[in-house]
Write a protein that binds this ligand. Sequence first.
Ligand code: ZN
Length: 233
Amino acid sequence: MSMIVSLSGGGIKGAVASARYAGEQDVVIVHIDYGQPSARAEIEAVEALASSLPRTKLMPVAVPHVLNLQGGGGADGDASKTTLGDSEAVLPPSVLRGLMPMLLSVGVQAAFRIGASTVVTGMTSRGAGAHLGLPSAADAAHLRPQFVHGFAIALEALQAGRTKLRLEAPLMDLSDGEVIKLAGRLGVNLQHARTCQSPDPHACGKCEPCRARARAFSSVGVSDPATIPVVTA
Ligand SMILES: [Zn+2]
């Protein structure tokens, strides 16, 4: 029986991508704490997700050196010395630029460790992605599929052509609204899906992912089951 590693930061796409496989295969949701202010709230979201899906477990992974690379952790590499405070809810772009290759690499490492057949990312070509260091979808929607394709080739080379572990991005061609519709068809409860970048347990309604989430729900005429303040500005 094959096993799936599904990367999730607690948001809607990770939830829907995981649900796409859950029930048919064993799913291990990998959440990566790289020092993002919202990590604690994200873990609660992925815990709720894992317990709501059949045959699904959670594997939390901490990669504390990511912020240290920016010099924020001090020379001794102590992440607790980072300069990010509660009021500084958004990580600087310099942290985010190399984030996605690192996240996928951790997923690959977890998959090899547990003998999974597939690493799944909920990445889409058209949705918000600046908070993950992805190229702007508005500028060039083809760049994200290109990135995933390139990573898949690297993974194939790593296995010397005897490809057993694959990378899949099942939501790549869907708009954010279409992802929400798919969540409805798959019966995914999005009440606990965590989109916000703020460290606060309650979503802020102001950051770019919160705004993109509101736009996505309204684009398909579905109300968000999570209570998020609506900020118009
Ligand atoms: Zn927010």
